[in-house]
Design a protein around this ligand. Sequence first.
Ligand code: FAD
Length: 227
Amino acid sequence: MESKEKNILRLHEVRQEEGNVKTFIFEHDGLEWKPGQYQGYSLPISDVPEERERWFTIASAPRERFIHISTRVSESAFKQALDHLKVGDTIESYELGGDFLWEESDKEAVFIAGGIGITPFRSMIVERDLAGLSIPATLIYFNRTNEIPFHNEFKAIQERHPEFVLKEIVGEQISAERIFELAPDGEGKTFFLSGPEGMVEAVGNDLESRGVHVKRDWFPGYDEHNF
Ligand SMILES: Cc1cc2nc3c(=O)[nH]c(=O)nc-3n(C[C@H](O)[C@H](O)[C@H](O)COP(=O)(O)OP(=O)(O)OC[C@H]3O[C@@H](n4cnc5c(N)ncnc54)[C@H](O)[C@@H]3O)c2cc1C
């Protein structure tokens, strides 16, 4: 599913998360999305699309009503302009879509996030929590440091949902071996993999070569040094 429609988003609030991650929270005009979907965003800073436009997963759950962009604020012109928006400023979004969806969310899943690749999982998990549904998933969450975005939020959800397994791993190489150690009963489940492009390619191929069903979400612009 992909929509060509353009939407105007109005900045409502900015939240400082762990480390250099910020969440930019926007009001929208009736946009409908599924947890795990993304869209393009355009800032009025340049005529050059490479500077003006970026894709971001919608990190919020539909039930939260606002659109959240959660991202690491880098030195790029786009991120600097995003970080200098003021409450009430507007930006444009376009091409809502993506099929990184937990469609059979009653069936157990293994979520694997590399750092800021957590955003689609936040949307999926928070949506189920707000809907009062069970969360039959194991989240294996790799981070470079112990500044782990949404740590407190996931811990609180885990307290309400004993079936939701949270494994936070700091400073380790992400590999298929390590994932199987952490989710030993993962056979037959769908593995969702989200993070820096290179990691998703390498680890996704390795998981698939071992007969695992993998869904992938790639974030360009991140690598093993900044994810
Ligand atoms: C489907 C999809 C979903 C995505 N979802 C998310 C998401 O939820 N959150 C998220 O954060 N990203 C997401 N991304 C990636 C996002 O689109 C960006 O590519 C990413 O955030 C990097 O953008 P950037 O502007 O920081 O870096 P880029 O401009 O791509 O640059 C890469 C690196 O170079 C450095 N750099 C760039 N310009 C300068 C400069 N002028 N001076 C110094 N250093 C510079 C940056 O610090 C960065 O480390 C998604 C991508 C896709 C395709």
